[in-house]
Design a protein around this ligand. Structure first.
Ligand code: B3K
Ligand code: ZN
Length: 882
């Protein structure tokens, strides 16, 4: 039934309003694993804004059984069928169409449309999965009211769910039953959902601030329900927060979440019925790390927030994806910041942007947050559309300030509730609410690439004036050679020699205005002169809170970096100063290694900086853990002309070992001071202490001394929570302690019944950075617990290897590249979305040495030449080669 993929790009400029509106749809499902009957009755009305006489209904992977228009079979001359659609030729202005088709959920390995996960029927329709369920104008600007009847075997599927409200249900002969659901809110087809299976349920209630009592129901397989309490508690926090911060209330009497094992993504915001990957739902101290707990809270909130930013106001077309995703990511970032520590949260977000999004922006797959063409839209659920998209919203927030930003949000909902809109509509609401011209700001939506800022400073002691000359430049990206200047907010302050913040008075102003302000860069180069700076030349603290997704070169000396680390008021700037210092030292080591010198000692400056941070660690352990973490290999690699795989490894190994050795006593003290004796707690302070404790343990282990190894052993043996247990296990395997094999075996034996924990076990082994990694990963693929049908498992093993194991994946003989390609090609036939995402690991080939370049390129060429390749993988591989 599957068809040869079309590879013609879709263009933003070709958008046309739909020819018809579909105000109502009734769906009737008779569920059977291998032959589900779907009947849809849709009402159509010609769209006054539409063009053309034809009506296109998309449909894939289904047998069309019958088609009737206003109750009569459609004669052949009134329609034609193509591989992925039917076209009605000149239908009447108003009519009802009934489509009957048969689908095979059990054979649906792509996990788009209706499929079966561990015996549970479930759906994933975003972006274009609904067309695998029935023939429909499957595009987000067609919004319909849904009425859904589900019929299934009562014992296999006691629970029958869809969006909106349960209306009725009943029993049928032959052990079958049915349920009827109705969603009062018109919605695009990508938000449709259906779940049917044998599920346990956790219930709670939330009363909105206007008094609506909302039933909360969280469903999962019975075995998992005990791990769902944290998700439910997180949901209630998110509902409350959205009322407090955005004035947004939930709008139905029922909100349901279902957790399933097999899911291509983290979760999905279907109206009133979110479907989640278990990896973003389950959390219990013994099986989940602190990261998992925070992640569940974040994803639960993200999907809930979509109810307004995505569902109530949706996207006109898929090019506008960042309209809902960038905004919703920004909202979930604000939420997590409010729930925990804003500074530490922001640093985590910046690490992700730099490690992942900056790398994307610097490679062949770079695209603006609103792309202007795609071959397969599934390839655009990227760090650029999501995280850089969130940075763009954050910049609006920074430029407008909280109060005006809120006015803009209110205006956006006032204007567009119930509509499918564009990024322009959003920015226009912000412009109208603030009275500001955001014309130039719109370039963030259309230009790709990471702007580079260069700051030159001149201090005039006589005038007591500091001039900052700030220039911006954005490197070319595919299809965009020349860039126009961006509108960039630079939040900043000046730190005096004595460590105190200076008051800020720009030339031409009568008096100073506070100690922090936002400079707006709009030209290729601009000058800002601060006057009245008695007390000597201050150190500028720039880009506070990472106020724009740019690279900044401020020409800081080591002393100035140390000054900022010690005295700045902004957590991001303090941390970033430390990262710059560490990068300088590490990159010098890489250079030494390349030149054949292999120093065995570490630059004192880095050791001293770490010693100071350790001294202050008690003030804020979570922040200290960030300060004491070295830059990632991805971040270091981005700062090199040619990524030096062996050099990075050498530098990081040396730095970790020497930091461990020279600060042994301080690490030990930090370890002890942050070890909690009492019962396990998941509150923010306890998480913070565990993060510092485990980092200290890591440095002790890197030093490879007896005492450190003994602590690792004890922690592994005694841990009562997964954070401590996994940290210790990772150190045992990473540093090659003798009990490595035995520890891995005992871990597996203990947790083999918990799929999410088994994923950690696969992932940990895939990430061990040694030469044997490709063979180890291949060997693990033969393990009885490995399966290609579960995306989480595939990502845990193959994804961790390709994305997080620099040394193993990039082994000089190309074994890593070959392994990835072989497996991706197999996977591509089964699940193109997951396959294409893995393939992007080969996309950065140009950044490596010539030898590796040619090996990586050869694999990409092999992919492109494969017959029957999916559109998803074709787009990634061909663009990577271009
Ligand atoms: N909107 C979904 C993503 C669907 C992914 C389809 N490839 C999850 C989210 O961003 O909330
Ligand atoms: Zn989202």
């Amino acid at each position: 039934m599957s068809q040869a993929p079309t590879r013609e790009p879709v263009y933003l400029k070709d958008y046309r309003p739909p020819a018809f509106l579909t105000p109502e749809i009734e769906l009737d499902f008779v569920l059977e694993p291998e032959a589900t009957l779907v009947t849809s009755r849709q009402t159509f009305r010609r769209n006054p804004k539409g063009e053309g006489r034809e009506l296109v209904l998309f449909g894939e992977n289904q047998d069309l059984l019958a088609l009737t228009l206003n109750g009569a079979p459609l004669p052949p001359e009134r329609w034609r069928k193509e591989s992925d659609r039917i076209v009605l030729l000149d239908p009447p202005d108003e009519f009802t169409l009934e489509v009957r088709s048969r689908i095979d959920p059990a054979a649906n390995t792509a996990l788009m449309g209706l499929y079966i996960s561990n015996g549970v029927f479930c759906t994933q329709c975003e972006p274009e999965g609904f067309r695998r369920i029935t023939y429909f104008q499957d595009r987000p600007d067609v919004m319909a009211r849904y009425r859904v009847r589900i019929e299934a075997d009562r014992s296999a599927c006691p629970v029958l769910l869809s969006n909106g409200n349960p209306i009725d249900r009943g029993d049928l002969p032959g052990g079958r039953h049915w349920a009827l659901w109705e969603d009062p809110f018109p919605k695009p087809s990508y938000l449709f959902a259906l779940v049917a299976g044998d599920l346990a349920c956790l219930e709670d209630e939330f009363t909105t601030r206007s008094g609506r009592k909302v039933q909360l129901r969280l469903y999962s397989e019975a075995a998992n329900i005990g791990q769902c309490h944290h998700a439910l508690a997180s949901l209630k926090k998110a509902m409350k927060w959205d009322e407090d911060r955005y004035g947004l209330e939930y709008d139905l009497d029922l909100f349901q979440i279902v957790a399933v094992n097999d899911f291509n993504f983290g979760a999905m915001e279907n109206k009133g019925l979110n479907i989640f990957n278990t990896s973003a739902t389950l959390a219990r101290a013994d099986t989940s790390t602190d990261f998992d707990f925070m992640n569940v809270e974040r994803v639960i909130a993200h999907e809930y927030f979509h109810n307004w930013t995505g569902d109530r106001v949706t996207c006109r077309d898929w090019f506008q994806l960042t309209l809902k995703e960038g905004l919703t990511v920004f909202r979930d970032q604000q939420f997590s910041a409010d729930m925990h520590s804003p500074g530490v949260k922001r640093i985590g977000d910046v690490v992700f942007i730099r490690d992942v999004q900056f790398a994307e922006d610097a490679g062949p797959l770079a695209h603006p947050i609103r792309p202007d063409r795609y071959i397969e839209i599934n390839n655009f659920y990227t760090a650029t559309v999501y995280q850089k998209g969130a940075e763009v919203i954050r910049m609006l927030h920074t430029l407008l300030g909280e109060e005006t930003y809120r006015k803009g949000i209110d205006l956006y909902f006032q204007r567009h509730d119930g509509q499918a809109v564009t990024c322009e509509d959003f920015v226009q609401a912000m412009a109208d609410a603030s009275g500001r011209d955001l014309g130039q700001f719109m370039r963030w939506y259309s230009q790709a690439g990471t702007p580079e800022l260069e700051v030159r400073r001149r201090f005039d002691p006589d005038r007591q004036a500091l001039t900052l000359e700030i220039a911006q430049r954005t490197p070319p990206t595919p299809g965009q050679e020349e860039k126009l200047p961006f509108h960039i907010p630079i939040r900043m302050g000046l730190i005096g020699r004595d460590g105190t913040p200076r008051r800020l008075q720009l030339e031409g102003e009568n008096e100073p205005k506070g100690t922090e302000r936002v400079l707006e860069l709009t030209e290729p180069a601009q000058r800002f002169t601060f006057i009245g700076l008695e007390g000597g030349e201050p150190v500028p603290s720039l880009l506070r809170g990472f106020s724009a997704p740019v690279k900044l070169d401020a020409g800081y000396s080591d002393d100035e970096l140390a000054h900022l680390m010690a005295h700045d008021t902004d957590d991001f700037v303090r941390w970033d100063a430390g990262q710059r210092l560490a990068s300088n030292v590490l990159l010098a080591l890489v250079g030494d290694h390349a030149a054949g010198r292999a120093p065995s000692t570490l630059d004192r400056r880095l050791i001293d900086a770490f010693a100071k941070s350790l001294d202050r660690a008690g003030e804020d352990p979570a922040f200290a853990a960030r300060m004491l973490s070295l830059p990632s290999s991805s971040y270091l690699g981005q700062q090199m002309q040619v990524i030096d795989v062996e050099g990075i490894r050498f530098a990081l190994d040396l730095a970790r070992r020497e930091l461990g050795r020279s600060l042994h006593g301080a690490w030990l003290a930090a370890y002890r001071a942050n070890t909690d004796e009492g019962p396990f707690s998941i509150d923010t302070a306890a998480i913070a202490r565990r993060s510092l404790k485990n980092l200290a343990l890591a440095y002790l282990a890197y030093a490879r001394d007896e005492e450190g190894q003994a602590l690792v052993r004890t922690q592994y043996a005694r841990a009562d929570n997964m954070t401590d247990c996994l940290s210790a296990l990772r150190l045992i395997t990473e540093t090659g302690m003798p009990e490595s094999e035995a520890a891995l075996a005992s871990f597996y034996e203990k947790w083999e019944k918990e799929p999410l924990v088994v994923n950690k076990w696969f992932s940990l082994q895939a990430m061990i950075e040694d030469e044997a990694a490709p063979e180890r990963v291949e060997h693990l693929m033969a393990h009885p617990a490995f399966t290609w049908s579960n995306p989480n498992r595939v990502r845990a093993l193959l994804g961790s290897f390709a994305m997080m194991n620099l040394v193993g994946f990039h082994r000089r003989d190309g074994a890593g590249y070959r392994l990835l390609t072989d497996k991706v090609l197999e996977l591509d036939r089964r699940n193109p979305q997951v396959a294409a995402r893995l393939l992007s690991a080969l996309g950065r080939w140009r950044r490596f040495d010539e030898h590796r370049q040619s090996l990586m390129r050869a694999e990409l060429e092999r992919v492109v030449a494969t017959p029957g390749l999916s559109r998803d993988s074709y787009e990634i591989a061909s663009k990577s080669l271009a």
